[in-house]
Design a protein around this ligand. Sequence first.
Ligand code: FES
Length: 71
Amino acid sequence: MYICVCQAVTERQIQQAAQDGARSLRDLSRDLGITRECGRCAICARQCLKQALADCHSADVALYENNSLAA
Ligand code: FES
């Protein structure tokens, strides 16, 4: 799904940016161009980033727990 229509940025691209280190709307603007034109995507992009970061954190915790159990 497109989050930023002006820059043709998808939810998946935001998830990838989060995995690559994006932590704020400013990071998304710098890396993907989000909010550089009309700015209507700001709220949705922020929510998408927040969810992507939560998912990254959950995946890290699961990986850590799996590695801890394996050790
Ligand atoms: S929808 Fe993102 S800048 Fe317009």
